[in-house]
Ligand binder design. Structure first.
Ligand code: SIN
Length: 486
C-alpha cells in the first residue's frame, strides 16, 4: 500500500470486506486505484467477481434475522457510534476521498460530514418505524399494519460522492433491519472500504455490512440475479439504471434508482442577480460539475441576460483549479481522462452549432483537468440542452416569458433537480408546481441535506433517499387482520 499520509494508516484497506473479514479475491487478482490529479497509483484493491459476491450475499442473508431482531434502539446505538467515529476520522476520510476522486479537501471534508449526517439521521429514524391501526372493516375484525425490513439489500454506488452515496443507502438499510452487500465504483473504492473498517471498529455485527469491489459486470450480475437479494438501490446513469432494472426483473426486486439529471436553473426578470450568481456557482461548479443535481442549463430572462452573464463571467474567472490537496483550490481534476474528453465533446458540439465560449481560469498540467467555461448563445439544438454535461461548463440560454421558461425546463426526459430565482411569491408557487422534477431549489442552489427527500421523476429514477421517506424504500408493509372479535 502507498503511504497516503493518513493519521490512521489502517483506514486504507485494499481487500474485500465479507462476513466481518478482510479477504483477497479468490483469483488473487487486484486492480489499481489512481489519483486523477497526477495519475499516481494509490492502492491495489482485490478484484472480486461472482464467487466473492455470492459469499457476501450468503453472509448478509445469515446475519439478517439477528440484525432485524435487535431492538431499534440497539441498531440506533450502533449507527450513532458509526456517525461519531466517522466524524472523529473526518480529516483522514476526506484525504482518502480527495486522493481517489479529485475534489478539493475542504469539499471532501464537507462530503464526510454530509455522509455522516445520513447515519446520524437514520440512527434517529430507526426508533420511529411506526405501524398503524386501521378503522375496523367489519365489527368482528381489526386490521393492524406493521412494517418489516425488506431483507438483504444490494447497494451500487458511484464515484462522484464515494462516501455520502454509500452512507445515504447503508444508513436507512441498517436502520430498517436490512443487511447489505455494497459495490462501490471501481474509480473510488477506498472511501467505501474505509467505511467498512469503521463499521468493524464500532462492532456492527459480522455479515451486516459487506463490500465487494472489482469486476462490475460479474458483481452486478450476481447481485441482480440472486433470489436472496430482495432489493437493489443504485445511484448512477439512467442507461445503467435501466439495464439493472431489466436484470432485476427476473426476481422482481424492490428498486431505488437515483439516476441522471438535466437541471435547469431559471433566472426570472425579478430575481436578485447576486443571489442567483451565488446559487448558480454553487450548483454548477460543486465537485467540478460532476453531480447529478448540478445545474446543466442556465435559462435567463432576455432583459437581464447581459447583466447576469457579466456577473457569471466575473465569478467564474475567480475560480481556482488545481490539485485538491492544495490550499485555496475550488475545482479539482475530473475523475478520469475519459470524463474530461466527454466534456470537451460537449463544448465542440456547442461551438459547431454557434455557441460562444468564454474560457475561465487556466488549469495546471494534468490529463484530467477541465477548464471551467461559460457558453453563451446556447440553443436547444446543442447537446448541452438535452444531455447531462457532468463537467464545469455553464451554458446560458434565454427566454422571454414564464411559460417559455417552464416549457424549456421541462423539455427533457430527466426530472431530478431544478432551480429558479424570483422575488414574486405567486410566480414562485406557480413555477415550483409546474416544474416536472423531484426537487426544486427556490432562490437556493444547494438542495441536498439529510432531512430533505432526494430523488427524481421521469427517467431520473424512483424512490427517495434521506428524510423520513428514505426508510420506506427498505421496509415492506404487512397487514394483520384479526378476526373472531364479535
Ligand atoms: C449525486 O450526484 O448523485 C448526488 C448529489 C448530492 O447528493 O447532492
Amino acid at each position: 500500500m502507498t503511504d497516503l499520509n493518513l493519521s490512521d494508516p489502517a483506514l486504507l484497506r485494499g481487500q474485500a470486506y465479507i462476513d466481518g473479514k478482510w479477504v483477497d479475491a479468490a483469483s488473487g487478482e487486484t486492480f489499481t486505484v489512481d489519483n486523477p490529479a497526477n495519475g499516481e497509483v494509490l492502492a491495489e484493491v482485490a478484484y472480486c467477481g461472482e464467487a466473492e459476491t455470492k459469499t457476501a450475499i450468503d453472509a448478509a442473508n445469515a446475519a439478517q434475522p439477528a440484525w432485524a431482531a435487535k431492538t431499534p434502539k440497539e441498531r440506533a446505538k450502533l449507527l450513532r457510534d458509526l456517525f461519531n467515529i466517522m466524524m472523529a476520522n473526518q480529516q483522514d476520510l476526506a484525504r482518502i476521498l480527495t486522493l481517489e476522486q479529485g475534489k478539493p479537501l475542504t469539499e471532501a471534508a464537507g462530503e464526510i460530514a454530509y455522509g455522516a449526517n445520513y447515519i446520524e439521521w437514520f440512527a434517529e429514524e430507526a426508533k420511529r418505524i411506526h405501524g398503524e391501526v386501521l378503522a375496523p372493516p367489519t365489527g368482528d375484525k381489526r386490521v393492524v399494519v406493521i412494517r418489516q425490513p425488506v431483507g438483504v439489500a444490494a447497494l451500487i454506488t458511484p464515484w462522484n460522492f464515494p462516501n455520502a452515496m454509500l452512507t445515504r443507502k447503508i444508513a436507512p438499510a441498517l436502520a430498517a433491519g436490512c443487511t447489505v452487500v455494497c459495490k462501490p465504483a471501481s474509480e473510488t473504492p477506498l472511501s467505501a472500504l474505509a467505511i467498512a473498517e469503521l463499521c468493524d471498529r464500532v462492532g456492527i455485527p459480522t455479515g451486516v455490512v459487506n463490500i465487494v469491489c472489482g469486476n462490475t459486470r460479474a458483481i452486478g450480475g450476481e447481485l441482480t440475479s440472486s433470489p436472496i437479494v430482495k432489493k437493489l438501490s443504485f445511484t448512477g446513469s439512467t442507461g445503467v439504471g435501466k439495464m439493472l432494472t431489466e436484470q432485476c426483473s427476473g426476481t422482481l426486486k424492490r428498486l431505488s434508482m437515483e439516476l441522471g439529471g438535466n437541471a435547469p436553473f431559471i433566472i426570472f426578470e425579478d430575481a436578485d442577480l447576486d443571489l442567483a450568481i451565488k446559487g448558480v456557482m454553487a450548483s454548477k461548479f460543486r465537485n467540478a460539475g460532476q453531480t447529478c443535481v448540478c445545474t446543466n442549463r442556465i435559462l435567463v430572462h432576455e432583459n437581464v441576460k447581459d447583466a447576469f452573464v457579466e456577473k457569471l463571467l466575473a465569478a467564474t474567472n475567480k475560480l481556482t483549479v488545481g490539485n485538491g490537496l492544495d490550499e485555496g483550490v475550488d475545482l479539482g481534476p475530473l475523475v478520469s481522462v475519459k470524463a474530461r474528453k466527454t466534456v470537451e465533446e460537449f463544448v465542440e458540439d456547442a461551438v459547431s452549432k454557434g455557441a460562444k465560449v468564454h474560457e475561465g481560469p487556466s488549469t495546471p498540467n494534468g490529463e484530467c483537468y477541465s477548464r471551467p467555461l461559460v457558453l453563451t448563445d446556447a440553443t436547444k439544438e446543442m447537446r448541452v440542452f438535452s444531455e447531462e454535461i457532468f463537467g464545469p461548463v455553464a451554458p446560458v440560454f434565454s427566454f422571454s416569458t414564464d411559460e417559455e421558461a417552464i416549457a424549456m425546463a421541462n423539455d427533457t426526459e430527466f426530472g431530478l433537480a431544478s432551480y429558479f430565482y424570483s422575488n414574486n411569491v405567486a410566480r414562485c408557487w406557480k413555477t415550483a408546481e409546474a416544474l416536472e422534477y423531484g426537487m426544486v431549489g427556490i432562490n437556493e442552489g444547494i438542495i441536498s441535506n439529510e432531512m430533505a427527500p432526494f430523488g427524481g421523476v421521469k427517467e431520473s429514477g424512483q424512490g427517495r433517499e434521506g428524510s423520513h421517506h428514505g426508510l420506506d424504500d427498505y421496509l415492506e408493509v404487512k397487514s394483520l387482520t384479526f378476526g373472531g372479535l364479535s
